[in-house]
Design a binder for this molecule. Structure first.
Ligand SMILES: O=C(O)c1ccccc1NCC(=O)[C@H](O)[C@H](O)COP(=O)(O)O
Length: 278
């Protein structure tokens, strides 16, 4: 990875937007690939030209993709990195580590959206998953009130008081990050999971995460961590200064409409980055 604060602009659907991002100094272009719940998703076939022509290192974002299709994706698109949007899956990371030697493995780590009041009652209304059935959804499961209620009592981390719910999430997420690191992950991205229209969304939500938790996870992480979730030109400097990430990752905050970037917003964002890191 490069030195300095890194910028990944995500949800790219066309080469013009990636060229624009490169001109303004972004470091990575993220393309959501075969994710049916994203309005910005491209099929592998649609993404081919974008990956071939990209002036920036590309990150292919996937969710619950079949193994054969993933192998095909890597052969066809040859991304710089694969980013797994699904809940942490050390077995999958290990399998990819063994198979794809040239490809970095990036893992999204989901936290509740910041405006979610993490009291038991509200968590069950907003971040709880109504049908937690598969092992892949364990990440979402850890946000549920049942889990949290077993961990009552305030905890203190680095002198700062955390609510019982925050302390619970911190402990669980640190453990998951450790397992992913041991399985071969190269980068983590902290992003918001939130319910929109009754469905839990694992990214592209425009919602910020709990920055206090994010900072603590970054301080404890053995790997570089990007901060994602609801970052935009107006809050970028504060995000960098408060959270100290290795990089930032954003999508909707620099869009004119879903899937189309806004040059003015990208320019304003990159100016904010420069101001914050000087
Ligand atoms: O961008 C999407 O449409 C998307 C949908 C589902 C999962 C992930 C998605 N994007 C992944 C990203 O890396 C985004 O940059 C990240 O989630 C932050 O999005 P935003 O809050 O809109 O900046």
């Amino acid at each position: 990875m490069k030195d300095g604060l890194l910028v990944k602009l995500c949800g790219m659907t066309n080469i013009e937007d990636i060229q624009l991002a490169a001109r303004y100094g972004a470091d990575y272009a993220g393309v959501v690939t075969e994710v049916d719940f994203s309005p910005r998703s491209l099929t592998i076939e649609q993404a081919e030209t974008v990956f071939q022509l990209s002036p920036l290192p590309t990150v292919a974002l996937v969710y619950n993709i079949a193994w054969d299709r993933l192998v095909y994706l890597v052969q066809k698109l040859q991304p710089h990195a694969l980013q797994f949007l699904g809940p942490e899956n050390p077995q999958l990371l290990s399998r990819c580590r063994d198979k794809f030697h040239q490809t970095e493995l990036w893992q999204s780590i989901h936290l509740p959206a910041a405006e979610v009041n993490t009291s038991n009652t509200n968590i069950s209304k907003t971040a709880n998953i109504e049908a937690v059935q598969t092992p892949e959804q364990l990440n979402a499961d850890r946000l549920t009130s049942n889990n949290i209620s077993n961990n009552a009592g305030n905890s203190c981390y680095n002198g700062e008081l955390l609510s019982p719910e925050e302390a619970y999430i911190l402990k669980q997420v640190k453990q998951n990050m450790l397992e992913c690191y041991q399985a071969g992950a190269n980068v983590f991205l902290l992003d918001a999971a939130t319910k929109i229209n009754g469905k839990t969304r694992f990214g592209g939500t425009g919602k910020t995460v709990n920055w206090k938790l994010a900072r603590k996870l970054i301080d404890a992480s053995p790997l570089p961590v990007f901060l994602a979730g609801g970052i935009n030109p107006a809050n970028i400097a504060e995000a960098i200064n408060k959270v100290h990430p290795s990089g930032i990752d954003l999508c909707s905050g620099v869009e004119a409409l879903p899937g189309k970037k806004d040059p003015g917003k990208i320019k304003a964002l990159m100016e904010g980055v420069k101001k914050a890191v000087i």
